[in-house]
Every structure is written in C-alpha cells, then in structure tokens.
Design a protein around this ligand. Structure first.
Ligand SMILES: [Zn+2]
Ligand SMILES: [Zn+2]
Length: 150
C-alpha cells in the first residue's frame, strides 16, 4: 500500500520501517510523518513509545470518528538535540473536512527522537463540506465519493 503520509513511497519503504521497529527515525521529520501514519492506522502503541515519557498522557485514546486523510509539512527545523515540525493535517469528522495546524516539538535523547508537545496554530482554512463529485481533499485526484468519503 502507499504510505498514508503521502511521501509517494510504499508503506514498507517509508513509515512502516519505523512503526514495525525495523529501524528508528533518523530525524524529527521522519518521526512526525510516522506518527501521522500511526494516527491513520490507529496504532496507539507506536504513538505512546515515540512520545517522551515526561509529556506522554497516561492513556491514549484516539477518536474513532476522526479519519486522517492528508499531511502537509510546512516547516522543519533542527537545532542540536531539539527540533520543530510545523504541519497541517486534514481530517474528516462526520461530513466535514477540518484542518489541524500545529507546531510539534521533538527532543533527541540517547540517539532517539521523541515527540514532546505541540503548539496549536490557526488553521489556514475553516471546516468545509466537500461535494461528493469534487476532488478529494486528500490530493489523490479522485472524486471525493470514490476516495475518502465513507
Ligand atoms: Zn510514510
Ligand atoms: Zn481521498
């Protein structure tokens, strides 16, 4: 399958390498992408283990109604043992598409990158209801009704 982070790679050659523990993310950008993919796959174990223990919530619940469909990385900057990734992610909830715009922070500890926390930024678009015959907001080029609309 194509990797849900939309890198254009297969899942096995992209986020799957990290989620299946073959190797560790080399930088915060890779970790960010793989955590997005874990949200799509609802892999809470991976989300927990890549979340720094000082910041991780005691239990992790994912919203069943939320379907993540697109990730755009806007900015990535790494300085020594900290990094920031600004992204916008689209999700479907009910019949609406909404955007999460966040600046996520990461730290490098003993050679491994961890997510710490994030700062919510104003989304560049308001929630909207795509027409069933319009192009899918995930960017596949297909009609919404033939793609992410369920
Ligand atoms: Zn990926
Ligand atoms: Zn789609």
């Amino acid at each position: 399958m194509n990797c849900p982070c939309q890198s254009g790679e297969t899942y096995e050659n992209c986020c799957g390498r990290f989620i299946s523990h073959q190797t560790r993310a080399e930088n915060a950008r890779q970790l960010m992408r793989s955590r997005f993919t874990a949200h799509v796959l609802k892999d809470t174990a991976y989300l927990s283990e890549t979340w720094h223990p000082d910041y991780r919530p005691p239990s992790l619940q994912l919203e069943d109604r939320v379907q993540w469909i697109r990730l755009d990385i806007i900015n990535f900057c790494e300085q020594g043992e900290t990094a920031e990734v600004e992204f916008e992610a689209l999700f479907i909830e009910g019949d609406r598409v909404d955007a999460l715009h966040e600046k996520s922070r990461f730290v490098l500890e003993q050679g491994h990158w961890f997510y710490t926390n994030g700062e919510m930024l104003e989304a560049t678009r308001k929630p909207w209801k795509p027409g069933r015959n319009s192009r899918c907001p995930c960017g596949s080029g297909l009609k919404f009704k033939r793609c992410c609309a369920k």
